[in-house]
Unconditional design. Structure first.
Length: 239
């Protein structure tokens, strides 16, 4: 088979994926960019207004800057928590022991719970009157009084971080477990022969599985961002 036929065959195989990306990713993205330059809303409209929307956001909408600052703090805090906790849980449960397999299943379970269900669950858990979270903090003497989580920017941030970590960290753990289990036994044994085991083992893991960790980081960040937006809207309505 000559080079031209190989390229054509490759394009044929890629066509379904390219079509999917064009229809469900590129077209909506382009439509979003176009809509941002109009006065379109959920009730209709669509008149071209140029950069008026962007000017209004940057000069006359204080909620935008609050949302941007909230998102920046959220990203800076949630990233090391998801990566570090996910990797730690993967190290603790990477062995194919029945007890550890059961533990992985329990930790992963929140991932498969629907977004609406988990949001409603944490909304009631953080409720200052009937929520179990506040009651536990007071009973364990971590707080003197019930905390009203969603009326204060700092408390709202931590409420979102706690709920998102519970929902997403199991997904990262599974990705890290898959990466750890794919490391060859020779690499592990070679790292354990050296006297400085912990440092060399960690170096070997990150060196061999660096692409997998980058993919795990990207996947967890996408899930965390998707969960962050509804919570941010609730927070902005209340301040």
């Amino acid at each position: 088979m000559n080079l031209g036929k190989r390229n054509l065959l490759g394009l044929v195989y890629m066509a379904p994926a390219l079509l999917f990306v064009a229809v469900f990713v590129l077209y909506p993205f382009g439509q979003l960019i176009y809509t941002s330059f109009t006065d379109a809303s959920l009730l209709g409209g669509g008149k071209w207004v140029g950069a008026a929307n962007y000017i209004k956001i940057f000069t006359g909408d204080p909620q935008f800057w609050k949302a941007l600052w909230f998102t920046l703090k959220y990203t800076v805090v949630i990233t090391p928590i998801l990566m570090g906790l996910g990797f730690l849980l993967a190290l603790l449960t990477a062995q194919n022991d029945r007890v550890l397999q059961f533990a992985r299943g329990v930790i992963f379970m929140p991932v498969v719970i629907g977004l609406g269900t988990s949001s409603l669950l944490w909304f009631w858990l953080f409720d200052q009157q009937v929520g179990l979270f506040d009651k536990a903090l007071v009973d364990l003497h971590f707080a003197k009084n019930m905390i009203v989580w969603f009326t204060n920017a700092d408390w709202a941030l931590w409420a979102v971080i706690i709920s998102v970590t519970w929902k997403v960290v199991g997904f990262g753990m599974i990705l890290f477990v898959a990466a750890l289990q794919s490391i060859s036994r020779e690499v592990v044994e070679a790292s354990q022969i050296d006297g400085r085991q912990a440092r060399h083992f960690a170096h070997a893991i990150f060196l061999v599985q660096r692409p997998e960790y980058a993919r795990a980081h990207h996947a967890m960040q996408r899930r965390a961002a998707r969960l962050h937006l509804p919570a941010q809207r609730v927070h902005l309505r209340r301040i």
